[in-house]
Design a protein around this ligand. Structure first.
Ligand SMILES: [Zn+2]
Length: 375
């Protein structure tokens, strides 16, 4: 089964510093973007129509955990200011904020690693033992409120046997339980699991919304705009990056690699394509991340060509270098390059041979007439 590597602990409970705790958005939940999803869940709480299982799917750090915890808070708040909202200050809200509420429990790969250290396994997927443990918890009556909320993050890594074990709980859920499955990729879950959940898909958040969330959390506006531009629509990543300069630096290194690939000669491009193609099986997540960045770089070349700098993902030196390269290309050629990267990502997801997919992609890029080595 495919596994995705991901950083632990998004802007969730226990994370230090004001920047890692999202401020409350206009709809009353500390969730930025995803207004339709928030409305659905707020409505479920307000009308007392809470389902026993939700599947919240979307890219890493897009806001799945923030949404799930806000939902848990609204379900458990002792003094809700309005139906569907949480006060953020009562005993229950504070416990959820600190990750210690006895009726709201989270499971993910990190927790599995911490509790199953003895097994010495690789911990790249959620096992049946973990599911048995969380199902046993799910069956316990809530201690403090009406609901027991069980969060299962990294759900896309659930082994097939683990998913089958989970099905039993989904088929006969305790009346007081709601299960929140959080997954980067919906397709990696069994159809029988998906059909028993209300599916809520989260898409990347507009850049202006990400910037607004950072400003609301106390970041000066120019810096918020800069971080939001690199975040790729993922508020969780933006908040972590705002608090951790190393994350921004690593992101810049990825961008620099993508830019060097784009600016390279036909031969150099092919060499990179073959190298990445050959490492794909072992470093699937990293290669996909590199390709997403590459797609952003080519899209920026297209925007620069079309004189639409407002929507650029990359600014400063990166944009200047791209502008220089784009001058040597026709608009159609740049557009074809963007499509070629999208096709390559789709091909890799469809299990086309990685080297073939990569080679085909670079063969469709326009040649670099103005390319010269960077000092
Ligand atoms: Zn409260």
């Amino acid at each position: 089964m495919v596994t995705r590597s991901k950083p632990v602990a998004a802007a969730g409970p226990g994370a230090p510093g004001p920047l890692t705790t999202p401020a409350v958005a206009p709809h009353g939940w500390p969730v930025w973007g995803h207004d339709a999803a928030v409305e659905t869940l707020q409505g479920a709480v307000a009308r007392d129509r809470v389902r026993h299982a939700y599947l919240i799917a979307g890219p890493d750090a897009v806001g799945k955990t923030a949404l799930a915890l806000a939902f848990a808070a609204a379900l458990s708040c002792l003094e809700p200011p309005a139906p569907g909202l949480a006060c953020g200050a009562c005993r229950s809200c504070r416990k959820i904020g600190r990750g210690v509420h006895p009726d709201v429990q989270s499971w993910d790969l990190a927790r599995q690693a911490a509790t199953a250290e003895k097994s010495g396994g690789k911990n790249t997927s959620m096992t049946i033992e973990t599911v048995r443990e969380l199902c046993a918890t799910a069956a316990l009556r809530p201690m403090e409120g009406r609901w027991r909320v069980v969060l299962v993050d990294d759900a896309e890594t659930l082994q097939e046997t683990a998913q089958e074990a989970l099905l039993k709980t989904l088929e006969e859920p305790p009346a007081f339980m709601t299960l929140l499955l959080l997954a980067d990729d919906l397709e990696l879950l069994l159809p029988t699991i998906r059909s028993r959940c209300q599916v809520i898909e989260l898409r990347p958040v507009p850049r202006a919304t990400v910037a607004a969330s950072l400003v609301a959390a106390g970041l000066p506006e120019p810096r918020a705009v800069e971080v939001a531009a690199l975040a790729g629509g993922r508020p969780g990543w933006a908040h972590r990056a705002a608090a951790d300069p190393k994350l921004l630096q690593r992101r810049q290194e990825t961008v620099d690699r993508a830019l060097a690939w784009v600016a390279g000669s036909g031969y150099d491009r092919l060499v990179t394509a073959v190298r990445l193609g050959d490492t794909f099986t072992k470093k699937r997540g990293e290669v996909f991340a590199d390709l997403e960045t590459l797609l952003g770089v080519w899209r920026d070349a297209l925007l620069l060509h079309a004189a639409q700098p407002t929507y650029l993902t990359h600014r400063g030196e990166t944009a200047e270098r791209l502008q220089e390269l784009a001058r040597g290309w026709a608009l159609d050629d740049v557009h074809r390059a963007v499509c070629a990267v999208q096709t390559c990502i789709g091909d890799l997801e469809a299990n086309v041979r990685p080297r073939l997919a990569m080679e085909s992609m670079v063969s469709q890029w326009p040649t670099t007439t103005t390319s010269r080595p960077r000092p």
